[in-house]
Design a protein around this ligand. Structure first.
Ligand code: FE2
Length: 223
């Protein structure tokens, strides 16, 4: 933990819970003047009050301290709300069905925001029978590489770990896949709808030597 609860967070949660300063004060056994002091940054609540404060707001102490409230409504209903967390120190990848307060190496990780693919992170998706064959046009050096690709449907997730010096390719069962994610260790998370995405050989693929070799290999493998 590298921070402490702030007055702004206390005020925000108090107002969200429709509590007056006096009502919160009574719950905690302090005066309303004390609450006002915290909220205006003139003092901090004693550490022994963190749990009672979190309880009063019906959140966890971690949420209180980090200032990140976790809102999950009916999480189990849909895998498409999946969040990915990556530890910047060790590269650990954590998948969660909703928001969570996740620590790795002492760092509170934030859920990754997926961006649209760009010219440095182009994805090529072919459907071959019941599978998506996915290739990402990107370097795979130790310093800069794609570390995982995931295909998410409303009911499941397929995740493939990639390694430096390997190839930036993965295959997924098509069954209901609505979103494909991939993570670049330097540039972050990208995502694309595989149906609306680059799926058109003629306009999407560059006709390079490498591409032609890949297509030949795919033809030999998949017929
Ligand atoms: Fe990158």
């Amino acid at each position: 933990m590298n921070q402490y609860v702030t007055g702004a967070v206390i005020k925000e949660h108090r107002e969200k819970n429709k509590m007056t300063q006096l009502q919160l004060a009574e719950k905690l056994g302090v005066s309303d003047k004390t609450i006002s002091k915290w909220e205006t940054g003139k003092g901090y609540p004693d550490i022994t009050l963190l749990e009672p404060i979190a309880e009063a707001f019906r959140i966890s102490v971690t949420e209180l301290i980090s200032g990140n409230a976790i809102h999950n409504e009916n999480v189990s209903a849909n895998m498409l709300r999946s969040k990915f967390y990556v530890c910047p120190i060790c590269g650990n990848v954590i998948h969660s069905m909703g928001e969570a307060a996740i620590h790795c190496h002492g760092i509170l990780l934030s859920p990754l925001e997926a961006e649209a693919t760009d010219e440095h992170h182009m994805i090529f998706i072919e459907s071959i029978e019941d599978e998506y064959f996915v290739r990402i046009d990107h370097s795979m050096t130790k310093e800069h590489y794609i570390s995982f690709v995931a295909a998410v449907s409303s009911g499941d997730i397929q995740m493939v770990k990639l390694y430096p010096e390997g190839s930036a390719e993965a295959r997924f069962k098509i069954r209901g896949v609505r979103r494909i994610f991939f993570y670049c260790n330097r540039d972050g998370l990208f995502s694309i709808d595989p149906v609306k995405g680059i799926d058109d050989k003629e306009s999407g693929y560059d006709d390079s030597q490498e591409r032609r070799e890949l297509e030949r290999a795919a033809e030999m493998l998949f017929g």
